[in-house]
Ligand binder design. Structure first.
Ligand code: ZN
Length: 359
């Protein structure tokens, strides 16, 4: 990345023990925009940002737990001391973008109305439960349950969810909202439901910068929890229309419009492959496996992105939409799909993070 990292996190490895593909820490971009970047953009390795205006600032997203959020806020302190936080914006309702909110609870926290509804049900208990189930599975040495258990535990291992006090946003909007941050106009643009029910992006016209939330994953496989996919593709088109030079994705390195094109290619490919297999009467789980183990997929640039096994959840969500079922996958059904996703990861020897698999 050509941008300057002014507060690097001094770690030789990522949270999952991988070699970092980019330097983690606080980056100074143009026009008093800062980005908190977390390599390599895998589970919970989410980015965040800071917009500094005259005498006040706006934080975009908190992180998956208190420790990581604390480290980030500390790195931002030299800018927030003279320009205290006036707003926090949560780009959506996934825990890795709002579970650190209790550390900024003294500030107005804004999100879309749909995200707030989803936040009410997105509690740290869900990840503690996944970790517990992982432990139980690990003890069962037959039918690959131990492998699944290792994968579940691996996802949650870098994080301390016990210390999180669930703190949803305090102000909502629908559609678009422009706010002033020390005299700078900042636009919040709702584009969900796509990745989740209420995704929004933060656009700073005077800096030609955009924080896309999880509408963009760079060098990391996107996940569609909500959909429909058409909305996601519309959101990507919307970014292409904006006057932007710098894009900070929800996961992965800083990008520009080329990052948008890459995600678009991924979804167009997946959409086509899914429809073909749906028409043949193939089950969603079979289709997901068939797609990622196919040469046509292997030859694509996105085959080497982090967590290719996310194809499993993606295909299941797309199947539901084709069938006209709009409700998000949850509960036991979600757990079962994650179990299949874990097993699929074991079939992809190049899939990162490798530490989530028993080698
Ligand atoms: Zn995320």
């Amino acid at each position: 990345m050509k941008w300057k990292c002014i507060f690097p996190t001094h770690s030789e490895i990522t949270r999952f023990g991988e070699k970092p593909h980019f330097q983690g820490g606080l980056y100074k971009l143009e026009h008093d925009i800062y980005a908190w970047m977390v390599p390599n953009g895998s589970w919970g390795e989410s980015n965040a940002g800071l917009i500094v205006g005259k005498g006040e600032s706006l934080l975009i997203d908190t992180l998956w737990d208190i420790n990581y959020t604390q480290v980030m806020l500390q790195a931002m302190r030299s800018f927030t001391q003279g320009n205290p936080l006036k707003y926090v914006v949560n780009t959506h309702a996934d825990g890795d973008h709002f579970w650190g909110n209790e550390l900024v609870a003294h500030v107005e926290v804004i999100t879309s109305k749909s995200s707030l509804l989803e936040m009410m049900h997105t509690k740290p208990n869900s990840m503690l439960l996944l970790n517990k189930i992982g432990k139980l599975f690990s003890a069962i040495k037959v039918f690959n349950n131990d492998k699944v258990g290792h994968w579940f535990q691996g996802m949650t291992a870098p994080y301390d969810f016990k210390s999180v006090t669930h703190t949803p946003a305090t102000r909502t909007f629908e559609g678009e909202l422009t706010i002033s941050v020390g005299g700078r106009g900042v636009q919040l643009i709702e584009i969900g439901p796509a990745h989740t029910a209420g995704d929004l992006m933060v656009y700073i016209p005077d800096a030609k910068a955009l924080f896309s939330g999880d509408i963009l994953f760079v060098e990391s496989t996107p996940i569609i929890w909500a959909g429909p996919l058409e909305n996601w593709l519309k959101a990507l088109d919307k970014i292409m229309e904006l006057d932007v030079k710098i894009i900070i994705p929800g996961h992965g390195p800083i990008t520009d419009k080329s990052g948008v094109e890459a995600v678009k290619k991924y979804w167009e490919f997946v959409d086509k492959q899914v429809r073909q297999r749906f028409q043949k009467g193939m089950s969603a789980s079979k289709a997901a496996r068939d797609i990622v183990l196919n040469n046509e997929f292997m030859e694509q640039p996105f085959a080497t992105w982090n967590s290719p096994e996310r194809m499993m959840i993606n295909v299941h969500t797309l199947y539901r939409h084709i069938q006209g079922r709009k409700q998000r996958i949850k509960g036991i059904e979600l757990l079962n799909i994650l179990r299949k996703q874990a097993l699929l990861a074991y079939e992809l020897p190049y899939a990162q993070p490798t530490s989530m698999r028993m080698i």
